[in-house]
Design a protein around this ligand. Structure first.
Ligand SMILES: Nc1ncnc2c1ncn2[C@@H]1O[C@H](COP(=O)(O)OP(=O)(O)OP(=O)(O)O)[C@@H](O)[C@H]1O
Ligand SMILES: [Mg+2]
Length: 408
């Protein structure tokens, strides 16, 4: 049981409303603070009060939340949006509101810092270093060898992930990644890591008073640019592999100081055991919340707000299917000349959802970031293989034809 129980929540930023719905269901007062353009009709229905700004900088969010608290006190600042996690933690820290500690949220939000915090802790160790220029990267390669990975320390959506296999690709990557002569301390930091080899998973958890409940292990599929193109729950793992992934996730969350709420922890199962890629103090994206609800019965937002409001966690709903999968449509670069097939995709057996975001005339890119994906389908089945096959078949029915951009 959480003490003190939360009665009023300040939701910071974001377009999504699932967490607000769960807070209302738990009987909490809902206050929304965010960008004017992000406020939907559904937000309006769910919020008891809303404070909106045309633009919403971190400074404005922190300052206005602190001022607001003086005349409309709330017990917790909360968000599920990556862009606002650090701000919500700063608000809680400044106002002395109980939550995940600010140092925990900072570490989770900064891949280089996270590796530093975990160095020497009882978790699988990964060679890594913060790098800001080519010299730093060369030092890392000399010390740790190839292959290695270079990524933005505060990146998201798999943007700018570089796999570096040798000195030539290091030189090529350094040319594109680093600004010439970048030695200044304020250069955007990158992190270099040893390249972990193995299947990739995410572990979805809910923490309460530092105890981490495993909700599901999700199997993840990615393309050659490390962009996620599919997920299935439950992951196709042995009981022993499940235990390894679950134990490592608990150790990581404890080592980082995660106290409460949802977390989404990404790991690669290497020959040496599970190794952390990164974790987030929020639920997984890419419809993972839905996959888990369908295939395990756990309602992540419901669990969170039951805990926060001091209620015993509701008994999970019954799973509605044994397995659920999502698959994404990707395409080559160009201008879209034909788009469709959603209706056909939805008729597939076990398909719950299929949609295409590309429309004729759009300029699309090859998938080098999650934002470049242009369609998706969610399907269920009696086992993970079946759910995956159905989601993939539905995505195969989504039509996206492109012509090269210089074709007219
Ligand atoms: N050290 C590593 N070894 C092997 N693969 C890695 C490593 N680091 C990252 N990757 C691959 O790149 C992907 C994206 O990396 P990461 O999750 O750190 O970045 P991100 O931009 O936050 O991604 P996302 O927001 O899509 O989860 C990982 O899911 C993984 O497939
Ligand atoms: Mg990631």
């Amino acid at each position: 049981m959480r003490t003190p129980a939360v009665q009023s929540v300040l939701f910071v930023g974001g377009k999504r409303t699932e967490a607000l719905e769960a807070a209302r269901t738990a009987g909490l007062q809902v206050i929304y603070l965010g960008r004017l353009g992000d406020m939907s009709d559904r937000h309006r229905q769910l919020a008891d009060a809303a404070f909106l700004f045309p633009e919403f900088s971190p400074e404005l969010a922190l300052g206005s939340a602190v001022a607001l608290h003086a005349f409309l006190p709330f017990d917790l600042a909360y968000t599920t949006g990556d862009a606002y996690l650090r701000i919500a933690a700063q608000i809680n820290d400044r106002l002395g509101l109980k939550s995940n500690p600010l140092h925990t949220v900072r570490a989770v939000d900064d891949k280089a810092l996270m590796r530093e915090v975990l160095r020497g802790k009882p978790v699988g160790q990964v060679a890594s270093a913060e790098v800001r220029n080519r010299t730093d990267l060369e030092h890392f390669a000399t010390a740790n060898g190839f292959p290695l990975i270079l990524k933005p320390s505060r990146g998201s959506a798999s943007k700018d992930i570089h796999v570096i296999s040798d000195a030539t690709s290091l030189a090529d990557t350094a040319r594109t990644a680093f600004t010439e002569g970048d030695t200044a301390e304020d250069a955007a930091p990158w992190v270099a890591e040893e390249l972990l080899d193995g299947r990739e998973f995410s572990v979805e958890t809910h923490s309460a008073a530092g105890e981490h409940q495993i909700l599901a292990v999700t199997e993840k599929f990615k393309n050659e640019h490390c962009v996620e193109i599919g997920h299935v729950v439950p992951a196709r793992v042995t009981a022993a592999e499940h235990t390894l992934l679950a134990d490592e996730t608990r150790s990581v969350l404890t080592a980082l100081g995660v106290e409460e709420g949802p977390a989404h922890t990404e790991l690669i199962l290497t020959a040496r055991g599970p190794r952390l890629i990164e974790t987030h103090t929020r639920p997984g994206g890419d419809a993972i919340v839905e996959l888990i609800k369908i295939a395990t019965g756990h309602d992540i937002h419901g669990l969170t707000f039951a805990w926060l409001s001091g209620k015993p966690a509701d008994a999970p709903f019954e799973p509605s299917a044994a397995a659920a999968a999502i698959w994404f449509r990707t395409t080559g670069p160009g201008r879209v000349t034909a788009a469709g097939g959603e209706a056909a995709a939805r008729t597939g057996e076990g398909v719950l959802f299929a949609s295409l975001s590309a429309a004729v005339g759009d300029v699309v890119r090859e998938a080098r970031s999650s934002d470049d994906r242009c369609g998706e389908a969610l399907a269920v089945g009696d086992d993970a293989d079946t759910a995956l096959r159905r989601a993939q078949a539905a995505v195969g029915r989504l039509v996206v034809e492109v012509e090269p951009l210089d074709a007219g």
